[in-house]
Design a binder for this molecule. Structure first.
Ligand code: FAD
Length: 262
């Protein structure tokens, strides 16, 4: 079976820096990490490969330095990686991103299962998985917490719903988006790290993918970020040193003064 895991580079610190003009994230390769839920997706693929055999390919659209993170994915169980990297992809919104990723997947020919994190911690739209399924015409299961079974034709998975969870069966090829399951993703092994140094990471430009560049990057993005700002905390905090009864009396008094209660 062929598993493709979509891996996104996200900022490694709490500080997300934005370009003041384009409002795009400034990608700092040294501080970047793999999106946390993509580790979960990769770990899921490794377990499925262990049960069913096959091959795992880590796929990313990003700056050239994303190669370091794809090698990390190889240290954690991917057999090889694909990096879609070109100035023509810069500024992509989710539609343009899923178009580029779908071209990378089509370059692979046939594929049984695409695994994505549910959402990325920076853009956080949770749209890429569903858009990939729509673009490729694959079935989709979102919010997966466990894959119960997969064979050459079907996948059966447990997904979270608003009221709990349900078990869903879909025909392959399919896209699944993953949430945290019960287990922590496995750490890289020493042999995995050694393998990752030499693992094949194939790089593709927009032209090599046969991309229509009116559908990539800023040009192909119907959504644009118009304004960004850092919210400021202007509240003041006072330690009153009161016991519970005095604190309650104080609060009631303050609310009355503010006209909130009679
Ligand atoms: P999600 O859909 O949250 O990611 C889910 C999964 O998709 C990931 O876990 C991963 O498996 C996969 N994935 C996502 N990106 C990649 C990638 N490059 N390579 C491989 N796998 C990937 N775009 C919009 O269309 N609308 C907006 O309103 C919007 N607002 C934004 C606001 C800000 C502040 C910023 C910085 C960006 C915004 N974007 C928006 C752009 C958006 O971040 C990018 O399109 C991004 O490439 C994908 O979106 P996401 O992070 O929301 O992905």
């Amino acid at each position: 079976m062929k598993f493709i895991v979509c891996v996104k580079q996200v900022p490694g610190s709490n500080e997300v820096r934005l370009d003041p003009e384009t409002h795009a994230i400034i990608r700092d390769a040294h501080a970047a990490v793999i999106n946390p839920l993509d580790y979960v997706a990769l770990d899921c693929a490794v377990k499925l490969k262990r049960r069913n055999g096959g091959e795992i390919i880590a796929l990313s659209m990003g700056i050239p330095a994303t190669e370091r993170l794809l090698r990390d994915a190889c240290a954690r169980g991917a057999d090889r990686a694909m990096l879609l990297t070109d100035r023509a992809f810069a500024g992509s919104d989710t539609l343009a991103t899923s178009y580029a990723l779908s071209l990378g997947i089509e370059k692979e020919g046939s594929c049984d299962l695409i695994l994505c994190g549910k959402n990325a911690i920076d853009g956080d739209t949770a749209q890429i998985g569903p858009e990939l399924a729509a673009t490729l015409g694959y079935n989709l299961i979102t919010d997966v917490t466990e894959v119960i079974d997969i064979d050459k034709k079907f996948i059966t998975a447990v997904k979270t719903t608003d009221s709990g969870s349900e078990t869903v069966k879909a025909a392959l090829p399919a896209v699944i988006t993953l949430l945290n399951g019960r287990e922590m993703p496995a750490l890289p092994t020493v042999s995995g790290v050694r393998y990752s140094l030499e693992a094949p990471v194939d790089k593709y430009t927009a032209a090599e993918l046969g991309a229509d560049t009116s559908r990539t990057g800023f040009a192909g993005s119907p959504t644009s970020v118009v304004k960004t700002f850092v919210s400021e905390n202007t509240r003041e905090c006072r330690d009153m040193g009161l016991d519970a009864a005095a604190a309650a009396a104080f609060l009631i008094d303050e609310i009355r003064k503010a006209g909130g209660a009679q």
